[in-house]
Design a protein around this ligand. Structure first.
Ligand code: 5GP
Length: 195
């Protein structure tokens, strides 16, 4: 098994990309490890530091920006910063694994631009923006105001889909999981020589 590939899953919040990414991480043939992002947002119930995110203060986040420590970072929502630390990618590559990212569309496209050959950038498309709203309300992890913020952003994010290498329509989860597996498997199998 070789490593060194970058697999990006981007989508509007609530489209199901986290479920897809979690499923792929369980597939041993894909040799994946999750890129744990740093964020200035507060942990949700059940979220763990170092597992879901590195939860750091806004000040600490800004220090990392100044220090040039990020491969990419984004103020995804007002005062909620998210970013991929260079050290995280190095950690996973040292393990000889492929990196999988669950990040916003801007960050995803930045990674693709930085590493065009070794990156597979996948956009997960929800059935509709209305359906997204229903899913976010059901999830009950955000206030109504925050849900509105995420929905407003979703329409803008949907317009970036054609810039990705592949689009998965998440109408039926089982089909989406199988499509995602095939896409990643195909991509990591193609490149024969190590990076
Ligand atoms: P949440 O607050 O729901 O965990 O994440 C909000 C959004 O930020 C999601 O679209 C998530 O994929 C994105 N995100 C998570 N980590 C990163 C990152 O390192 N960089 C960027 N650009 N976006 C991220």
């Amino acid at each position: 098994m070789k490593g060194g590939h970058l697999i990006v899953f981007s989508a509007p919040s609530g489209s199901g990309k986290t479920t897809i990414v979690k499923h792929l991480l369980d597939q041993e043939d894909l040799n994946l490890d999750f890129s744990v992002s740093a964020t200035s947002r507060k942990p949700r119930k059940d979220e763990e530091h170092g597992k879901n995110y590195y939860f750091i203060s806004l000040n600490e986040f800004k220090k990392h920006i100044k220090g040039g420590d990020f491969l990419e970072w984004e103020e995804v929502y007002r005062d909620n910063f998210y970013g991929t630390l260079n050290s995280e990618i190095e950690r996973i590559w040292k393990l000889g694994k492929n990196v999988i990212f669950d990040i916003d569309v801007v960050g995803g496209l930045r990674i693709k631009k930085k590493y065009p050959d070794r990156t597979l950038a996948v956009f997960v498309k929800p059935p509709s923006v209305d359906e997204l709203k229903i899913r976010l309300k059901k999830r009950k992890t955000e206030s109504d105001e925050k849900i509105d913020m995420r929905i407003a952003k979703a329409s803008i994010e949907m317009a970036t889909a054609p810039q990705f290498d592949a689009i998965i329509e998440n109408n039926d989860l089982k089909t989406a999981l199988s499509e995602a597996h095939d896409l990643v498997k195909d991509f990591i199998s193609k490149k024969k020589e190590p990076f």
